[in-house]
Design a protein around this ligand. Structure first.
Ligand SMILES: Nc1ncnc2c1ncn2[C@@H]1O[C@H](COP(=O)(O)OP(=O)(O)OP(=O)(O)O)[C@@H](O)[C@H]1O
Length: 569
């Protein structure tokens, strides 16, 4: 566990953890030495009280140093605990930000929520509470055994052997429980995912009268209860086995003493001294074993953090097999192919260019791949085949900052931050003046709505924008995109939740943006499409037609079929 933590932590925090381990190891050695000296002092007291002074002085000195070192170690431990948790949160947050959106399945989202809210805070207690007894359980018996060599080297060896046996017993019982813990965790994650689904899909569950969904949830919760019982059932035999082994080892040490007494190779005072130490070491070992369950859980948590961190992020660098960049200041899409996870190909051999200025409309039947094209242009995923270039540079060779500085999006599943309308719009360009924000609000058709809301731009939108209607949310997103004035603006279904008047306002804004940069609109609205400088027609993941409305409207093909369906298709 320690090794994994060192690997995960940034250099500064890892160094602090090493420092803490050294202090704890020193404290454990001093603890063992003090125990050994206790045995020697008792032996000296029983043998001849006059010889006790040097042992007693050594014992007191060892105890004093031990207490000081232990205090320092504990102070460091609390600080390292909180810094470790913070560093893990930051590391996970940074890593999640670089993962493709396809990674965020509901079950993985549940895992991440569980790790961020429960797992990582639990790990905070590892340096502060669990590391010390773990190190003590191993190091203190070793140090005590070596100190006992001052009294009898045979006992020293016997204690070393007993320590090794105790250690292996504890590891064996831990291994038994780990498999059950893993199973329990899997059903807990499944239950969390069911709970999230049950909570978020209430409208569907109620209106569709789906009693099975509640059944799924209660089955998942039953499984959690059963797995917890199984887990408790495995921990108990492990603890009993460890306790039994400790008692057998203690009896063996006593038996050895009796045998050596009978052979007159050991005196009774040494035997008493050694057995006192052995009894104390049994207690130290048992404390370590009792905390082993907590340690196991933390190790499992750490394994799950490693699993998240091992997920392949979208990388930045020169892509393999890259061809010479095309001299174009807009977007060029070359032979694009894409499949979600290992599913079917949803885009196949798609190539097109967006000139550095102008409005392009992407049209096609539902499921033809329009949103997927927009997602690849925004690099939410990397293409399975082909490439996307912005001003001649493959998106994969650009850092996230470089790309997103040039990109504004209004997507179907856009999210508003839990702050005011004004702040949400301003996230696009924090340095924007009040006049620029007002202009974006006007151009997005938000003016009347903002005036009607209490507080105007200071109106809080609620989590995810829940205090706004669908159309209001969409217009805030449009205003945000307008304020950004990016080189490329992607509008996916941007006018779907708008009434005709506001829809026209947004289209005017899109045309305005298209005078300064590239605008790609995915729309089902004839007015938008007819006014575009270029129309791209997708059918089942393939680009089947391109041109202007005038060029395509009378040509037999999908476009003519689509527009013949009416104003909206
Ligand atoms: N996250 C996803 N995981 C797996 N498959 C997906 C995912 N998103 C979309 N698809 C599939 O990819 C195909 C193209 O979907 P896409 O959303 O790009 O189509 P679209 O043309 O935008 O459709 P619509 O007009 O209905 O929004 C569909 O078959 C869809 O089922």
């Amino acid at each position: 566990m320690l090794r994994t933590l060192y690997r995960l932590l940034p250099r500064r925090e890892a160094r602090q953890l090493i420092l803490l381990t050294c202090w704890l190891a020193l404290a454990a050695v001093l603890h063992g030495v003090a125990l050994g000296l206790t045995g020697a002092t008792i032996t000296a007291f029983l043998a001849d009280t006059t010889g006790i002074l040097p042992w007693l002085s050594a014992l007191l000195a060892a105890v004093a140093v031990f207490l000081v070192v232990q205090w320092i170690a504990q102070m460091i431990a609390f600080r390292v605990g909180s810094e470790t948790a913070r560093a893990l949160h930051v590391r996970m947050g940074d890593h999640l930000a670089g993962l493709p959106l396809g990674w965020f399945t509901p079950i993985r989202q549940a895992k991440v929520v569980d790790l961020a809210t429960t797992g990582v805070p639990q790990i905070m207690s590892y340096p502060a509470l669990l590391l010390r007894p773990t190190i003590t359980a191993v190091v203190t018996p070793l140090a005590a055994a070596l100190t006992i060599a001052l009294l009898d080297w045979r006992y020293s060896l016997a204690l070393l052997a007993a320590t090794a046996i105790g250690w292996y017993t504890s590891r064996f019982s831990g291994r038994l429980a780990r498999t059950v813990d893993a199973r329990r965790h899997a059903v807990e994650v499944e239950a969390t995912s069911r709970i999230m689904e049950y909570a978020t899909r209430q409208p569907v569950i109620r209106t569709d009268q789906r009693p099975d969904d509640a059944g799924d949830l209660s089955r998942a919760l039953d499984e959690v209860a059963a797995a917890s019982r199984r887990s408790a059932g495995t921990v108990l035999p492990g603890l009993l086995l460890f306790g039994f082994t400790m008692n057998v080892l203690f009896a063996c040490l006593a038996g050895l003493g009796v045998m050596w007494l009978a052979q007159a190779t050991l005196t009774a005072d040494v035997l008493v001294g050694v057995l006192v130490v052995a009894a104390r070491l049994t207690a130290v070992g048992s404390t370590g074993a009792e905390l082993a369950a907590g340690l196991r859980l933390q190790r499992a948590t750490l394994d799950r953090i490693v699993e998240v961190l091992d997920a392949e992020p979208l990388t930045t660098g020169r892509p393999a097999g890259r061809q010479d960049p095309v001299d174009c200041s807009g977007i060029t899409v070359h032979d694009l192919g894409f499949r979600y996870d290992d599913g079917a190909l949803v885009l196949d051999d798609v190539s097109f260019t967006l000139p550095d200025r102008g409005l392009t409309a992407l049209v096609g039947p539902s499921g033809s791949g329009k949103t997927t094209v927009a997602r690849l242009l925004a690099r939410f995923w990397d293409p399975t085949a082909g490439r996307v270039e912005l001003a001649g540079r493959d998106l994969r060779s650009m850092s996230a900052e470089q790309l997103y500085a040039q990109l504004a999006t209004v997507l179907q599943d856009d999210y508003l931050l839990d702050t005011t309308i004004g702040e949400n719009i301003r996230t696009a360009r924090p340095g924007a003046t009040a006049a620029e924000v007002t202009e974006a609000v006007r151009a997005a058709g938000l003016e009347a709505m903002v005036a009607a809301l209490p507080g105007g731009l200071d109106y809080p939108v609620g989590p995810g924008g829940s205090r706004l209607s669908g159309g209001q949310r969409q217009r805030v997103c449009v205003a945000r995109a307008l304020l950004k004035r990016a080189r490329l603006t992607l509008l996916d279904e941007a006018t779907s939740a708008l009434d005709p008047e506001n829809s026209r306002l947004v289209l005017d804004a899109a045309r305005l943006l298209a005078e300064r940069g590239m605008v790609l609109v995915i729309a089902h609205n004839l007015e938008t499409i007819a006014g575009a400088d270029q129309i791209l027609v997708l059918e089942r993941g393939r680009l089947v037609q391109r041109g202007t409305h005038e060029e395509l409207k009378d040509v037999p093909g999908l476009y003519r079929k689509l527009i013949s369906a009416g104003q909206r298709f």
